[in-house]
Design a protein around this ligand. Structure first.
Ligand code: CO8
Length: 261
């Protein structure tokens, strides 16, 4: 176990899993500049650490994150936010993480909190989770992907319903809609997220990175380009030691010994 000190996060490792816990409990983990800077730094540290194969991002029992910090935002003006690239400056770090990131969500994931969860690769929700994009209620709109990633995840009808009304959806509705991959009892959330992360971390590292990269192409590229990218990455896997080992171990009916290369 190793600890790094941040003011708005707690980080630790559990074997090959890097765990980042958002930690502004009094503000329900509202996301401010410091937190987003620290989150970027923590993600980059785990991403660069060869001992880590998967990252889990979580909050508290009450809130994954209740959105961007409204107190910090309230007095901003258009010239301020436009000139300083507010949001893009330090909200894009998650997009650049190459290892899988699992969001383990309990309680509120609202506004920027829902958007951060959607930037992760897998969302595992506690049965207490509530998702929503309530920005219209305070006179803005989602600013970190809510109008783009939410319809890709749940379709236009549900996304419009959520973004235009600002209502919350519970974990069961989020699972039906395809936003979350599974729902578990709240007291099992971290066990489930860590078990999933450990399973991913035990797999051939290059295949995992390539699979994530190829899957993300599905949201960025036309089908023909995405298929071509997938095929090239599939071909590239034959240059890895873990492909030789994985297939040999299967044929020899033994457990594989992956090297991550
Ligand atoms: N920002 C700042 N403080 C917050 C936030 C927030 N988003 N959410 C909760 N808090 C604070 C409350 O002010 C309160 O503080 P205090 O105790 O000092 O009064 C404390 O957390 C506890 O909150 P409540 O008393 O309200 O707790 P409840 O259990 O009654 O309600 C709710 C919980 C329903 C989550 C409620 O707090 C709420 O509605 N919060 C705001 C949710 C919201 O509107 N989120 C969207 C914000 S806008 C946004 O995310 C835009 C993203 C765009 C990209 C990012 C740009 C930087």
């Amino acid at each position: 176990m190793s600890e790094t000190t941040y003011t708005t996060l707690l980080t630790r490792t559990d074997g090959p899993v890097g765990i980042i816990q958002l930690n502004r409990p009094k503000q329900l983990n509202a996301l401010n500049d410091t937190l987003m800077d620290e989150l970027g730094a923590a993600l980059r540290t785990f991403d660069a650490d060869d001992a880590i194969g998967c990252i889990v991002l979580t909050g508290s029992d009450k809130a994954f994150a209740a959105g961007a910090d409204i107190a910090a935002m309230a007095q901003h003006t258009f010239p301020d936010v436009y000139r300083t690239e507010y949001i893009t400056r330090n909200w894009e770090a998650l997009r650049h993480v190459r290892k899988p990131v699992i969001a383990a969500v309990a309680g509120y994931a609202l506004g920027g909190g829902c958007e951060v969860a959607m930037m992760c690769d897998i969302i595992i929700a506690a049965d207490s989770a509530k998702f929503g994009q309530p920005e219209v209620k305070i006179g803005v709109i989602p600013g970190a992907g809510g109008t783009q990633r939410l319809p890709r995840a749940v379709g236009k009808a549900k996304a419009m319903d959520l973004v235009l009304t600002g209502r919350m959806m519970d974990a069961a509705e989020a699972e039906r809609a395809g936003l979350v991959s599974r729902v578990v009892p709240a007291d099992k959330l971290m066990d489930e997220a860590l078990a999933t992360a450990r399973a991913i971390a035990a797999l051939p590292r290059l295949a995992v990175l390539a699979a994530k990269e190829a899957l993300n192409r599905a949201f960025e590229a036309p089908l023909s380009e995405g298929l071509q990218f997938e095929r090239r990455m599939f071909h590239a896997m034959f240059a890895t030691a873990d492909q030789k080992e994985g297939m040999a171990a299967f044929l020899e009916k033994r457990a594989p010994q992956f090297q991550g290369r």
